[in-house]
Write a protein that binds this ligand. Structure first.
Ligand code: ZN
Length: 137
């Protein structure tokens, strides 16, 4: 079902301070920084060698990401795997009785995305990503 690891998502409180750490101290390269208005977050994608890191920071105090940060603090938020057909992958997971956050995909920054509930995966939220459906900007 999963083709490859696309990125690891990390929730942070201060995106500028985090970018400074990752790019200046740790040697990552900034690929893209984008604000996702409907989710009230700013996201930055960093080149991590054979994979990518996504930094996510809330831009308000009420969004799901803001609540996650307030409750759990900074740290690993999800791992994203690329799939060929997100509808088929979701149907397969559902047939296996896997608890999903999104039963239907939504538009992400780099394609269609859907999340598997961390309670179904022993604590790790999994993002399914079908690349190629780009968000119009
Ligand atoms: Zn992600």
């Amino acid at each position: 079902m999963f083709n490859r690891l696309d990125h690891v998502g990390i929730v942070v409180s201060d995106i500028d301070a985090t970018l400074k750490t990752y790019c200046e101290q740790l040697g990552f390269k900034l690929l893209e920084r984008t604000e996702i208005a409907e989710q009230k977050v700013v996201a930055a994608f960093l080149d991590g060698g054979n994979s990518t890191i996504e930094l996510i920071s809330p831009t308000d105090t009420e969004s799901g990401t803001a609540k996650y940060l307030a409750n759990r603090g900074e740290g690993t938020h999800h791992v994203a795997y690329e799939v060929d057909d997100i509808i088929a992958a979701l149907a397969e997971l559902k047939a296996q009785g896997v608890r999903l956050i999104d039963e239907t995909p939504r538009q992400g920054v780099h394609g269609l995305v859907a999340f598997v509930h961390p309670k179904a995966t022993h604590g790790m939220m999994i993002e399914l990503l079908q690349k190629g459906h780009h968000k119009g900007q």
